[in-house]
Design a protein around this ligand. Structure first.
Ligand code: PMP
Length: 355
């Protein structure tokens, strides 16, 4: 078995993969594959209903919010958010905490004025900008809760006088959040929720309907809400596997329980990085991510041989993003702590060999 530290699409629980594989052959005893039944069948409608209920239950979504399963990835949300929420001639506030945040704000510029209220670009995004003012006339404030590439994570969400919109692609369901503090949350499924191909959106209904522009049906949250995420054919397989993963999370004790596990994993790994003279963490300590642990070799010549040793130990997906270099250990919900221990032992073995 491999130790999968890939940043995304990321590791999924083994039992989920087994259930998904079985459903591809014979879904719930129907004698049909999940991939060849109608999305309007009672069987699939039950899957979608269960997925929505699990999101509501696990994240304690209050009433007045809609839960959507859409297509196009988080990148489509970069455009859909301003399309639906930024009025003509209006402005939106963005915190630029990484490349994904930058891509989000670039899309918003197609629809109105973008006020970048804070950025950490000058330090290649090694920290989360915190002290900023949000203009009271902004349509919304957009933040990124976890910056997948740099390994920084918001430990405390900013209070905002305007609706808070958050890209939670790489830490959704990894920790408790108070959904009532947000106007809209979105996340590509492929890190903590399921496979690529579906995007979760949790939107507060009363922030919608405030722009005058005409919005094509597929890009309109209202159409998607009215269609119950089935305005068109939804990504049935990705929704099914997400439903299985959410059920797995529920059986593990839910978000609170997984948060404890995630903290134990990240603590063990950062402790080793700080202790081991060969390695150095990338992010400033107070903003370190509990999902993507980014670190570099003190001696760049150690990078290749360390990755080779990792490969020998069955550790995969550890290479850092090309814009940061070094290593990135993504320790998403489904990664067991035993895999983290294997990585730590490998770091120790490497240090022993390179004394
Ligand atoms: N936001 C964040 C924080 C991400 O990590 C990613 C993907 N790695 C994206 C957005 C883009 O997601 P997608 O590929 O689903 O469009």
């Amino acid at each position: 078995m491999k130790h999968n530290f890939g940043a995304g699409p990321g590791i999924l629980p083994q039992e989920v993969l087994k259930q998904a594989a079985a459903a591809v052959i014979n879904f719930n005893g129907t004698g049909l594959s999940l991939l060849e039944i109608s999305h309007r069948s009672a069987e699939f409608e039950a899957v979608l209903d269960e997925a929505v209920s699990l999101v509501k239950e696990l994240f304690e979504v209050p009433s007045g919010y809609s839960v959507l399963f859409l297509q196009g990835g988080a990148s489509t949300q970069f455009a859909m958010v301003p399309y639906n929420l930024l009025p003509e001639g209006g402005k939106a506030a963005y915190v630029e905490s990484g490349v994904w945040a930058n891509k989000a704000l670039k899309e918003a510029k197609y629809f109105g004025t973008v006020d970048v209220v804070a950025t950490s670009k000058e330090s290649n995004f090694t920290y989360i900008p915190k002290d900023f003012e949000v203009p009271a006339d902004a349509a919304y404030l957009h933040i990124t809760s976890n910056n997948t590439i740099y390994g920084t994570q918001l430990q405390q969400f900013p209070s905002s006088p305007v609706p808070l919109v958050c890209d939670m692609s790489s830490d959704i369901f990894s920790r408790k959040v108070n959904v009532a503090d947000f106007g809209l949350i979105y996340a590509g499924a492929q890190k903590n929720m399921g496979p690529a191909g579906v995007t979760l959106v949790i939107v507060k209904d009363d922030i919608l309907g405030k722009v005058d522009r005409k919005i094509p049906a597929m890009f309109n949250y209202q159409t998607q809400i009215e269609g119950g995420s089935m305005y068109n054919t939804p990504p049935v397989f990705a929704i099914y596997v997400s439903m299985l993963t959410l059920n797995w999370l529920k059986a593990k004790g839910g978000v609170e329980a997984i948060e404890k596990d995630n903290l134990a994993k990240s603590k063990a790994l950062y402790t080793e990085i700080d202790r081991n003279p060969l390695f150095k963490a990338v992010a400033v300590p107070e903003d370190r991510s509990h999902m993507n642990v980014c670190f570099v070799a003190e001696n760049p010549e150690h990078e290749k041989p360390f990755l080779k040793l990792c490969d020998e130990k069955g550790i995969v997906g550890l290479k850092g993003h090309r814009s940061v270099g070094g290593f990135r250990a993504s320790i998403y919900n489904a990664l067991p702590i035993t895999s983290v221990h294997v990585l730590i032992e490998t770091m120790q073995e490497f240090a022993e060999k390179n004394k």
